[in-house]
Design a protein around this ligand. Sequence first.
Ligand SMILES: Cc1ncc(C[n+]2csc(CCOP(=O)(O)OP(=O)(O)O)c2C)c(N)n1
Length: 571
Amino acid sequence: MEATKSWTIWDAYASVLVEQGITKLFGMVGDGAGLIESAYKKDGLEIFTARDQRIAVGMAMGHAQVSGSPAVLVTSPGPGIANCIMGVLEAYSAAVPLVIISNATARNMRGEGAFQEANSIAMMQSVTKWSYRVEHSSKAVWALRRAFFVAVNGKPGPVYIEIPDDLTWEDVIDESFSDADKKNLHEWGPIFSQPEEKRMRDVFVELTNARRPVFLLGGGCQHRPLVSELTISLAEAHGVAIFTTASGRGIVDERHPNAFGNVGLYTLPQIKQLLFEADLIVAIGTQLEETALMGWKEALSDTFFVHIDCHYESLERSVYADCRLLGDAQLSLQLLWNMSCEYMKSGTSNKSDWMKRMQEVKQEALSAWGEIDNTEAPVRSMLKEIEHEFGEHVILVQDNGLHDMWGYSYPVYTVVPPSRTVVPGEQTALGLPMGISLGAKIADRKANVVAFLGDGSFEMGYSAVGSAAEHQLGITFIVINNGGFSWPRFQQSLSNVEVGCSFQIEHDYAALTRSVGGYYAKLTHPNDYQKALKESRLYTQQNKIALLELVVTWDQDLPITVMLQYGDKEH
Ligand SMILES: Cc1ncc(C[n+]2csc(CCOP(=O)(O)OP(=O)(O)O)c2C)c(N)n1
């Protein structure tokens, strides 16, 4: 790269993106020529645009979640930024690294009521790790490199930088290009740190003395290549039951005898019992938010609780731990495993009673929930059918409506790597998973990507269907048509009110699918699911979309976990 070459900031940015290992940009064109146009001319960068910033931000988020690398979102000032904020909020909540770049009001116009002028730094500040306005062209490259560093280090998350329009029109000569080869995030990756060894030894002693230990792995364990193997080795050596949070699913094969799916609102009652019996719980790489703690939080006060996370903010927030450590999930588990190898020379932990108990619970859960042979359970039947038809490599992209919540519950739906689920964070922004499914497919072309969501979610994100078709992304959208917003309707039903939850007019999803050359089926009986999924697979293999409309009544096949937490306890 020539240090003296004269470029605009956007040209320079296109080069820095390539330098940082970025190959794709997500976004929507806005007012004023910008980065999308410069990147379009740059070798090595592919542009994925959407028709709505809410879809574009979802695409970026899904790509980052599945690839494990930061994704770049390009947006535009004022309404462009406002329209992507819901997704940025979700990325912040779910610790997903995004680098968001926008142009902004020219410096000499600021405060004068310029076209689409808005205080975007203030808007972005509360939903990003770092928001920065470049005030001088000499800081532009520094800002972008810094943005990548901040996005991936510590707890990952979104960052925002904006360039005033007047700077984007200038040519820039940036000396800092001369050391471009030293800044490559792609080669260096994030910095991981190991917890204090002495404290970890205390944890190890607890692990060997515990009679009923549990590991809980969160989303912070994703994309750490040895976590799965280390967890299973430790679990087998020390008789540990393994749970994950919703965002940690897919790290461990849920068919493993020690694995029990995810904790919190979605844990089935037979399985939840294990958490109350545990005498040691080691939570790793999780923010332990409300949904993950729902229904078992009190168990933590009667057990020895260890919380390990890379970011101090996750610790001592929702639960006080008996022992808390700062560090990376994989390095923590590696340390425990090294200690375990030394220890095993002098014998192994005896946890035979706990192992027997785990086996018993697994059997109970599998016989109660593992096979669905019930036409009254259309949502669960569909999840089983997805496992059977797409199981070997499926990315289930989930929203958080009433019916689709079944997908979070093991073993109603069982995740076997390399399959995984992609879930929203604690914000559960409705409709965002539509865009997320596109990003997931772009990140993993070989996977069968299935977006499993309600009609409310679909309606909020359905412009993603057009974008999926335009980018030739073979995605199966399974839309649960329960006549509207059933989650709030369920809540209203508890106080005998019903307002604003039912859709009075139904859109014609068949026509929509036909208009993009996809496969459509309306499913009213479980006997039809298999054929429809097989057909979907044929279409998606040809990079076309499939849309399956799963028709249920709003109060049919309601998740038992939700009923137990919120509803009629007798149900
Ligand atoms: C942007 C946003 N607005 C509101 C909500 C609150 N909310 C949670 S679930 C839900 C209804 C979801 O409807 P649908 O996707 O059809 O699923 P259903 O509950 O009907 O199964 C709403 C409005 C939300 N999560 N996100």
